[in-house]
Design a protein around this ligand. Structure first.
Ligand code: 4GX
Length: 246
């Protein structure tokens, strides 16, 4: 997959490809991240990318010409891409949207700044995405968030098992995790995890997942489709609760 990011702060965005599993994926050629400086697509001496809004009002607007020049350049060098504008007006990013974007061969993310972008640039835009209902100073962090969330769905970037166990993949929150030491500050690792009984471990983990999801995210819990293990885990959970109550 190839992801292009268009920004006036390329150095700020660059770090997204320099750490962790994303850096590994880039190294292994699973993922290409190209970062484009919008100012490279200006033609004037001062590389101006913003201008006053027609009709007046506060703030500045991103000029259309650098974007028009960028898309001309991009299309002739890389071909067609699915173009995303990061904007508070967009549809909200979630794991489902991230998975959908991961299925595209090529995406380009435009980072908006100032009050926004000249409306005529929208002719290049296929999708507007917001990372949440708060106002940021620019689209660079949203672009990095999108790259991060999308990358996890590119086969080989993270272990498939890990993606499937994800909080939002099957509408269950993750179970608790433990590592060494067996005891710290009087707190021991649950005995079942040391038992080596994989069936029991699976049941315990599912039980903990169900419990946590019910308590912390009832909205997700209500969307969960229950399989045989869920039913066993719920029965075991209810037995436990009733026993404790007596
Ligand atoms: N999730 N911002 C974009 C400038 C802007 C405004 C309108 C295009 C249209 C944001 C968010 C976000 C602030 C980034 C305004 N660009 N983006 N910027 N929340 O708040 O994505």
């Amino acid at each position: 997959m190839r992801i292009g990011i268009v920004t006036i702060f390329p150095d700020f965005v660059k770090v997204v490809r320099e750490y962790g599993v994303i850096a590994q994926a880039v190294e292994n050629g699973l993922l290409h991240i190209d970062i484009f400086n919008l100012r490279d697509f200006t033609t004037d001496k001062h590389k101006v990318v913003d201008d006053y809004p027609y009709g007046g009002g506060p703030g500045m607007v991103m000029k259309p010409e650098p974007f028009f020049r960028f898309f001309e350049f991009f299309q002739s060098n890389y071909g067609k891409a699915y173009v995303i504008l990061t904007s508070p007006q967009g549809r909200r990013l979630d794991n489902k949207v991230a998975m959908e974007l991961a299925s595209k061969e090529q995406i380009v993310i435009i980072c908006g700044r100032y009050e926004g972008i000249d409306e005529r640039v929208m002719k290049f835009v296929d999708d507007e995405i917001s990372i949440g209902d708060y106002v940021l100073t620019g689209g660079e962090l949203p672009a990095m968030v999108i790259v991060d969330a999308v990358s996890r769905f590119i086969p080989g970037v993270v272990e498939e098992e890990s993606v499937k166990n994800d909080s939002f993949y099957n509408n269950l929150l993750d179970h608790p995790h433990y590592t060494r030491p067996r005891e710290i500050d009087g707190m021991a690792v649950p005995e079942v995890l040391i038992s080596g009984n994989h069936e029991e471990i699976e049941l315990w983990r599912r039980k903990e997942s169900l419990k946590k999801t019910m308590l912390k995210r009832p909205d997700i819990f209500m969307k969960h489709e229950f399989d045989e293990l869920d039913k066993k885990a719920l029965i075991s959970l209810f037995r436990e609760l009733i026993k404790d109550a007596r």
